[in-house]
Each structure stands twice: as C-alpha cells, then as structure tokens.
Ligand binder design. Structure first.
Ligand code: OAD
Length: 256
C-alpha cells in the first residue's frame, strides 16, 4: 500500500508532469462525481440518490419484473435531468486531451452520456446509457428517440412488441463480456490512470483501477472525499474534478 496524500496545486512533481506529458496510454475511470458539477445527482453521500430511493426497488431485474412502470418512471425522470444537463469543464478537459492524444481512453460508470456530448470518442460506458432501451425478448437496442410514441412509462419494442427495459447494468447483473475484456486490457496497458468522482464501492470499476496501478500505472484520484482507492493511488487531489482537470489540461498543453 502506498501512502495517500492530498495534493493542492501544482498537483504534481516535475517528473510526474513529464510522465503525464509523455504517457500515451492514459486511462480515465469516472463516476457520478464528474457529472455533479453538471447538476446530475450522485448516488452515495448526503445528497445522493440512494438516500431518497431504494436501489432494490428501482435498479434490479427483480424490481423491473415486479413494477416495470415504476422503474421506467424513475429512469424517465433521471433521463430528463440528463437531457437538460451540459458537459462541464471536467468532461471537456478529458475530451480535449483525447484530441491531443488519440490513445487516451475513458471508462465511465455514468449513464448520462455527457462524456460523449463533450466529444470523448474512446469511451466505454460500462453501466450502459440512459438514452437507450433494449428489448427483453429480441434484445434489439433502440435510442429513446426511436421509440414511438415517445412517452413516459412502460415502453414496447418497435420490432416484436415485447416490453423494453432501460439499457442499464443493474445490481446483480453481469457486465457485457466484450466491454469487460476490453476494459481489463486497457487497465493492463495504462501508463497513467485517473480515477475521477467515484466512491469506488462497485467492485469491477474499483478493481480495474487497482489492476492498472498494480501493473505499474501512475495513479491519480480526483475526489473531494477519501475512498477505498485513496490509499492505493500515488496522488489524491481533494478537489472538484471540473476546475482540477481544466488546470491539469492547461498546464500540460498551455491552452485553455
Ligand atoms: P457515487 O455516488 O457512489 O460516488 C460519487 C463520488 O463522487 C463520491 O466519492 C464523491 O465524493 C465524489 N464527488 C462528488 N462531487 C464531486 C466533484 N465535483 N468532483 C469530483 N468528485 C466528486 O457514484 P459512483 O462511484 O459513480 O450504478 O457509483 C457507482 C455506481 O453505483 C453507479 O454507476 C450506480 C451506483 O449505484 C448503478 O446504478 C447500477
């Protein structure tokens, strides 16, 4: 275990800035905290969704089986928040960094689509995407705009008319194999891993970050709070991700 320490600006030692500048395989692993500054609620903590809602009634296959209308209503409400949100300086800094370094990769637990809207292309949305639905029978995937009538409540497959479900990985479900294999490979190759805005309480994303660090990646956490990963990273920046990532990008590339 490495010693965790909170870093303020200039965040890194000169040799670490050099490493960030030269690294090709830069991996970002993000969670709800990166979208907090866009006005999207996180899950845990005092203001988190799981304070007011019960995950087992809304985000499990059993909950959907028992009350699909309620589950759809909850995801329709959250999708409305995501539609009205804009990418913040954190999402934008990562997307601009990818323009400079096309090998940069983002693995996100977020389903809000904000990384893609900011311009990130090398993106693995491991928990799905709230703007997509898939058929419980024929497994076809549809963007929410393709579903007519585009109404709240239970939705049905345009192909086979069976019930659609949100394209989300719920508690108790497995990750898509293809995505997972790719993410383990990215973790193995990473020279630098940024862990941003996640409480690291979900085991797969947390293990991906740990695996990257154990394979030799320089680990940086950006989170105002201490997490399960804080002891394992090389640098923990205890600040919000928007301003922090903007400053890191500006320092590395000398542009806004
Ligand atoms: P959490 O809500 O568990 O954690 C959010 C983290 O973001 C916390 O550690 C906060 O301290 C941090 N945070 C808050 N504001 C921040 C800011 N402005 N900048 C940086 N960090 C900030 O969210 P996740 O770790 O993403 O799954 O949760 C993982 C999964 O658990 C979610 O994908 C979701 C949830 O249950 C499903 O719904 C299946």
């Amino acid at each position: 275990m490495r010693e965790s320490f909170a870093k303020m600006e200039p965040f890194f030692k000169t040799s670490e800035w050099d490493l960030l500048r030269k690294a090709k395989n830069v991996l970002f692993l993000t969670g709800a905290g990166i979208s907090e500054e866009s006005g999207i609620p996180t899950f845990r903590g005092d203001q988190g969704l799981w304070k007011s809602y019960r995950a087992e009634e809304l985000a499990t296959p059993e909950a959907f089986h028992k009350n699909p209308a309620l589950v759809w209503e909850w995801y329709d409400w959250r999708r409305g928040i995501c539609s009205n949100a804009e990418p913040n300086p954190g999402h934008i800094a990562i997307a601009k960094w990818e323009n400079k370094n096309p090998r940069l990769q983002v693995i996100t637990q977020n389903v809000d689509g904000l990384h893609a809207r900011a311009g990130s292309k090398n993106l693995s949305e491991i928990h799905g995407n709230i703007f997509w639905a898939r058929c419980t029978n024929c497994h076809s995937k549809f963007h929410i705009d393709q579903i007519t009538p585009k109404r709240s409540g239970i939705k049905f497959c345009p192909n086979c008319e069976f019930i659609l479900r949100p394209h989300i990985v719920w508690f108790g479900e497995s990750y898509e194999d293809r995505i997972l294999v790719r993410c383990w490979e990215l973790a193995k190759q990473a020279e630098v891993v940024f862990v941003v805005g996640t409480s690291a309480q979900v085991s797969v994303p947390s293990s991906l970050a740990l695996s990257a660090i154990r394979n030799g990646a320089f680990g940086v956490e950006i989170n105002p709070s201490v997490t399960n990963l804080s002891d394992s990273v090389h640098v923990h920046i205890t600040d919000k991700s928007g301003p922090t990532l903007s400053k890191i990008f500006q320092t590395l590339f000398q542009e806004e």
